[in-house]
Design a protein around this ligand. Structure first.
Ligand code: HEC
Length: 149
């Protein structure tokens, strides 16, 4: 066998083996899920919940190395910053600061993450959906001037 084939087989085998790196993909029970109008909830579930809740859906490619590493990193980082599944257990100050941040992230088109929308075209927010989320977030403290704490 030519060396190049051996190398290719070696690389593929390595990726397959690395795909068995265990990640905890179980979804915890949500105890203080965000309270929001149905219309808002549907958008959040479609565009944000994979990274910002305990209701993550794991597509088959999320099991394949090195995508597995990247996706799991996004989920743990995303949940750490903002977890809609335990949102109502935050203090009101903290909630307001998260709502300000949501307004900001949506206005600046930072969320949902670009790489995610490449594969999840349906997660892209329409101008009307952005407006819906922004108006809602502002009504829940996202338009206050207080500093984060
Ligand atoms: C593919 C995963 C992913 C999706 C989908 C996603 N986010 Fe994020 N989000 C992240 C990650 C990772 C971070 C932290 C790093 C960063 O800011 O880039 C973050 C950070 C944030 C922050 C900052 C939190 C803070 O404390 O400042 C907000 C607000 C936010 N996301 C809102 C949203 C909203 C709203 C949606 C849906 C419209 C969304 N995200 C969709 C991964 C995601």
């Amino acid at each position: 066998m030519k060396l190049i084939y051996k190398i290719i087989i070696f690389i593929i085998a390595t990726f397959v083996i690395l795909s068995f790196i265990p990640f905890d993909r179980t979804n915890k029970l949500s105890e203080a899920e965000i309270i929001a109008p149905e219309e808002v909830k549907l958008i959040l579930k479609r565009s944000c919940y994979d990274c910002h809740s305990y209701e993550t859906k794991h597509p088959f490619y999320s099991y394949v190395f090195p995508v597995s590493i990247l996706i799991n990193h996004h989920i743990s980082e995303g949940r750490e910053e903002l977890n809609f599944s335990e949102f109502e257990s935050l203090t009101l100050n903290k909630q307001s600061s998260k709502f300000r941040s949501i307004v900001e992230q949506i206005e600046e088109n930072e969320m949902p993450l670009f790489g995610y929308t490449l594969l999840h075209r349906d997660a892209i927010l329409s101008p009307e959906e952005k407006e819906t989320l922004i108006t809602w977030a502002k009504s829940r403290g996202g338009d206050s001037e207080d500093d984060d704490n």
